[in-house]
Design a protein around this ligand. Structure first.
Ligand SMILES: [Zn+2]
Ligand SMILES: [Zn+2]
Length: 402
């Protein structure tokens, strides 16, 4: 969704005097521009919200204060984000011995400048060794209920705290998250396997069957996992794509060079945290990773139809059988389309590229000079399964010309 940046800029300016306490709100000046914002159109029936469900700050093993995460999210045009600290891995515990594990969420909430409409989702990372691995619980109410160690956080060092916290069964943490209505997903599952190929474990299978595990990361940082994507499809888990950023988005994803963090495009009824939660539980999302769109056909199709449209067709001359078509792309994706129709492309072999946020014309040789016909393309930059691309069909009619 596009933001109302003017309103945001005005209220940010007005509120500066109020923000003299604590760390204040995130700076949104400098290096801000629409080119950096992740932009996909709403679909015919839903809003398209841009969401990152997995990031870190100094409250676990990240290297920045939460307000930096907020500033990055606003620059990236996110609609919603979660800062999901490791509950058990606390490398800064001796410098930041916080006893309330909701502090990171509170600091993140307080960092959103007045007038900005970034939604903050409360979440935590449940951190165990394989077979449980790491899981994120988002849309939680109280992070303190999701881990257990005796005594006071201020009395621990990192190693002994981690060992004590990991002793509490992962099942208990997942149960506690579900009691709060959380959306729980399996993080970077491939890192639990020596060959980096995810296989669903008995624990994750049972948690899925019990309705306690709802999603699985298929993209995290710079990694995509086809095995995890297949597990999502086979077991009805929601595919998730996240930054899992610990340093800076600018260093990891270079938005100034056209890069972007992995995100979920979530298709919702309205722009609220609860609507995002419901859509994720229902699996209504597509992952945006590098130039790939990854998701189930039923959710991919409306996004493709909203993003790419045939806006004009005409023959080059009165007797010409060469058809000029104009395609418009209102998304951030560079569409790579493989021609599947009998018409042949004049300017290339069988693949055309439609750059983001642009309209382009292409020439096709027709057989004869039909007034109406169908164009069929395979969308190479989208996957509806690890080895399957969606197809798009456009019907042209030169009797109603542009
Ligand atoms: Zn992790
Ligand atoms: Zn993480």
């Amino acid at each position: 969704m596009l933001k109302n940046t003017l309103a945001a800029a005005i209220s940010h300016t007005l509120l500066i005097p109020v923000l003299a306490f604590a760390h204040g709100s995130a700076s949104t000046s400098g290096n801000v521009g629409e080119a950096r914002e992740i932009q996909f159109p709403d679909t015919a029936n839903h809003m398209t919200l841009v969401v990152d469900l997995h990031t870190h700050s100094v409250f676990s093993d990240g290297h920045v204060w939460p307000r930096i995460r907020v500033g990055e999210a606003i620059r990236d045009g996110l609609d919603a984000m979660a800062v999901t600290e490791h509950l058990e891995y606390q490398p800064h515990i001796e410098d930041i011995p916080h006893t309330d594990r909701n502090r990171s969420y509170q600091e993140t909430m307080m960092s959103v400048p007045e007038g900005e409409d970034l939604l903050i989702i409360a979440g935590s990372e449940i951190t165990r060794r394989p077979p449980h691995g790491h899981m994120n619980a988002v849309f939680i109410e109280d992070a303190n209920e999701l881990f257990s160690v005796p005594g006071n956080a201020a009395d621990w060092d990192t190693a002994s705290f981690g060992a004590a916290a990991r002793n509490w069964p992962a099942e208990n943490a997942v149960d506690a998250a579900n009691e709060q209505g959380a959306f729980v997903f399996w993080n970077h599952s491939w890192s639990d396997f020596d060959n980096a190929k995810t296989v669903i474990t008995d624990f994750h299978r049972q948690a899925t069957l019990d309705g306690k595990l709802h999603g699985i990361e298929i993209a995290n940082g710079s990694t995509y996992s086809p095995e995890s994507f297949q597990i999502a499809l086979d077991h009805g888990l929601t595919p998730v794509g996240v930054s899992d950023v610990h340093n800076l988005i600018d260093w990891d994803h270079e938005p100034h060079n056209g890069g972007h963090r992995p995100v979920n495009l979530v298709f919702t009824e309205e722009r609220t945290v609860e609507a995002i939660r419901e859509s994720l539980i229902e699996g209504r999302t597509v992952v945006w990773f590098r130039n790939l769109l990854l998701g189930q056909l039923e959710h991919m199709e409306p996004l493709l139809n909203a993003s790419l449209q045939l806006i004009g067709t005409r023959y080059l001359g009165e007797d010409s059988g060469v058809l000029e078509i104009e395609l418009t792309n209102v998304s951030d994706a560079t569409f790579e389309l493989e021609n599947l129709s009998d018409y042949t492309l004049v300017q290339s072999h069988d693949i055309i590229e439609v750059p983001p946020h642009s309209s382009e014309t292409y020439l096709l040789r027709t057989d004869g000079r039909p007034n109406r016909g169908d164009l069929q393309f395979r969308v190479l930059n989208a996957l509806i399964a690890p080895d399957a691309n969606p197809e798009m069909q456009f019907t042209f009619d030169v009797t109603s010309n542009f």
